[in-house]
Design a protein around this ligand. Structure first.
Ligand code: ARG
Length: 467
C-alpha cells in the first residue's frame, strides 16, 4: 500500500515513479527511521491513540525490522518502496497487519525526514570527531618523533625562518582541532527534535514533544514547526565544516607532494600508499596525496549544492530537499575515508631530517635574528633591517653566509657589531629567540605538543560520552 493515493484517478507514470524514489539512497537512514518511529509509537500510546497491545505489537515489529536490517543488506532491496518511511511501513504491515498503519497517526514524512537526517548528522559528527582525533594523534606522533629536528619555514614559498619540524606539524594540528570544535558546535545546534511538527503546522494530536525529544536524546523539541520541517541548516553547517576539513587536508597533501619531490626531498613517499607509472619505470607517484587534494573539490561541491538547493526555497517542506541527501552522505564517506588514509600515510612516511636541516641552514634565514641583534644594541629596527639587508647583499656578492663576514666588514656598516654576533647566527640561537607562547623555541614546542595531546584526549572523551 502506498502512503498516499486516495485522490488520484490515474497511476503514476512508471518512469517518473522510479525517478522520484529516494529509497536507493535514504535506506541508509533506516536505523534512525526505526528509532524515531519507536519514539513516535510511545508518544501515541501516551496520548491514548494506541492501546497497550497495539503499541507493543508495533514496537516489537519495529525491533524485528531493525534486526533484519542489521542482518542482511538484501533485506533493504525493495523496488516498490518510495522512500525509507514507506519501506518501514510496508515491512511493519507485512509483519503485524493493518495495525501497522496506525503508526502514521498525527505524523508526516516531512518531520520524519527532518528527524532522521538530524540523527544521521549527529552520529556522523561523532564518527568524524573520532576520525579527526586519530588523524591529529598521527600528526602529534610525528611531531614527537621529530624531536628537535629543524626545517625552513616559508612565506611566499620562499625560505623565511628556521622552525622545528614539530612546530610545522603543530600548525596542522591547530587547523584540525579547530575543525573538531566546529563539529562540536554544529552538534550542539542541531540537537533539537522536530517530531511533533507534523507536515508544517504541528501534529494534529497533542503529543508530548519533550518526551519525544528525550527519547531520542535530543536536548529539547524544535521551537517552530514551519522551520523544523524545512530547515536543513544543520546539514549545511556540517557539510561546510567537512569542506573546511577537506580544504585543510588538501593543503597538507599539497605540501607533502612538494616535500616529496626530488627538488625538496624532505619526505620519502611510503610505497604502500604510492603507485608507479606504466610508462616511466623510475616513477613513484603520490597518488594518495593527489586524491586527497582532489577529493576536497567534491566535498566543497557538496556544500555548494546544499546552499544552491536551499537558497530560493519558499517555506516549508519542498521535495527539492530530498536532493540534500546524496551530497551529504557522499561528503561524510569522502572525508572519513581520507582522514583514515591520511593518518596511515603520515605514520608510514619517513622524513629526511638531515636534508631539512641543510635547507634550514642556508638561505640567510638568520637575517632577522641578525637584525634583532642590532635592535638589542639600541639600533632602530628599520635601520637594522636596512643594514642587515646590505650585509646579505655583500654575502651574495662574495658567495658566503652571514657568518662569513669579518668583524671589520660588519663594523664598517655599524660599530655596534661584536664578537658575540656570530653565536647569535647559529641555528639553535635563532630558534631560541622565538621564546613566546606559540613560537618555535624548543621548550615552547614541547609544551605545545603536550597541550595539543590534552585537547585531543578531550575530543576522544567527548565522543566516548556520546556513544
Ligand atoms: N523522501 C522525502 C525526502 O527526502 C521524504 C519526505 C517526503 N515528503 C513529502 N511530502 N513528499 O525529502
Amino acid at each position: 500500500m502506498k502512503m498516499w493515493g486516495g485522490r488520484f484517478r490515474q497511476p503514476l507514470d512508471p518512469d517518473f515513479e522510479h525517478w522520484q524514489s529516494s529509497f536507493g539512497f535514504d535506506r541508509r537512514l533506516v536505523t534512525y527511521e526505526l528509532a524515531a518511529s519507536r519514539a513516535h509509537a510511545r508518544a501515541l500510546k501516551d496520548a491514548g491513540v494506541l492501546s497497550w497491545d497495539e503499541s507493543t505489537a508495533i514496537l516489537q515489529g519495529l525491533e524485528e525490522i531493525a534486526a533484519q536490517a542489521a542482518g542482511s543488506s538484501a533485506f533493504l532491496e525493495d523496488a516498490e518502496a518510495e522512500d525509507v518511511h514507506h519501506f518501514v511501513q510496508k515491512q511493519l504491515a507485512s509483519l503485524i497487519g493493518d495495525v501497522a498503519y496506525k503508526l502514521h497517526s498525527a505524523r508526516s514524512r516531512n518531520e520524519q525526514i527532518a528527524v532522521d537526517l538530524r540523527l544521521y548528522v549527529r552520529a556522523s559528527i561523532d564518527q568524524l570527531e573520532n576520525d579527526l582525533a586519530g588523524w591529529v594523534e598521527a600528526l602529534l606522533q610525528c611531531a614527537e618523533q621529530a624531536q628537535d629536528a629543524v626545517m625552513p619555514s616559508y612565506t611566499h614559498l620562499q625560505r623565511a625562518e628556521p622552525v622545528l619540524v614539530a612546530h610545522y606539524l603543530l600548525a596542522y594540528v591547530e587547523m584540525f582541532l579547530r575543525d573538531a570544535d566546529r563539529l562540536a558546535d554544529c552538534r550542539k545546534r542541531l540537537n533539537l527534535c522536530p517530531l511533533g511538527s507534523g507536515a508544517v503546522a504541528g501534529a494534529t494530536i497533542t503529543l508530548d514533544r519533550r518526551a519525544l525529544a528525550a527519547d531520542l536524546e535530543f536536548s529539547g523539541p524544535t521551537a517552530n514547526s514551519i522551520d523544523a520541517t524545512s530547515d536543513r541548516d544543520f546539514a549545511l553547517e556540517f557539510v561546510f565544516t567537512l569542506s573546511v576539513i577537506g580544504l585543510h587536508l588538501s593543503r597538507w597533501a599539497e605540501e607533502m607532494i612538494l616535500f616529496s619531490s626530488e627538488e625538496y626531498h624532505f619526505v620519502q613517499l611510503p610505497e604502500a600508499y604510492s603507485t608507479g607509472s606504466s610508462a616511466m619505470p623510475q616513477k613513484k607517484n603520490p597518488d594518495l596525496l593527489e586524491l586527497t587534494r582532489g577529493k576536497a573539490a567534491r566535498v566543497i561541491g557538496a556544500a555548494n549544492t546544499l546552499m544552491i538547493l536551499t537558497k530560493g526555497l519558499p517555506l516549508a517542506y519542498n521535495k527539492d530537499l530530498q536532493e540534500t541527501q546524496e551530497p551529504l552522505f557522499d561528503a561524510v564517506a569522502t572525508v572519513s575515508g581520507v582522514l583514515r588514509l591520511a593518518s596511515a600515510w603520515m605514520m608510514a612516511a619517513e622524513f629526511d631530517y638531515g636534508r631539512m636541516r641543510d635547507a634550514a641552514e642556508s638561505g640567510y634565514m638568520n637575517a632577522w635574528a641578525a637584525a634583532t641583534y642590532l635592535v638589542r644594541r639600541g639600533v632602530p629596527s628599520s635601520v637594522a633591517q636596512e643594514q642587515i639587508g646590505k650585509a646579505v647583499q655583500l654575502c651574495l656578492e662574495k658567495g658566503c653566509p652571514l657568518e662569513g663576514l669579518s668583524l671589520e666588514e660588519l663594523r664598517s656598516m655599524n660599530p655596534a657589531f661584536d664578537e658575540d654576533f656570530y653565536s647569535c647566527l647559529r641555528l639553535e640561537s635563532v630558534l631560541a629567540i622565538h621564546d613566546v607562547v606559540g613560537g618555535t623555541a624548543p621548550g615552547r614546542v614541547r609544551q605545545a605538543v603536550v597541550e595539543a595531546r590534552r585537547r585531543t584526549e578531550a575530543i576522544r572523551e567527548q565522543t566516548h560520552a556520546h556513544a
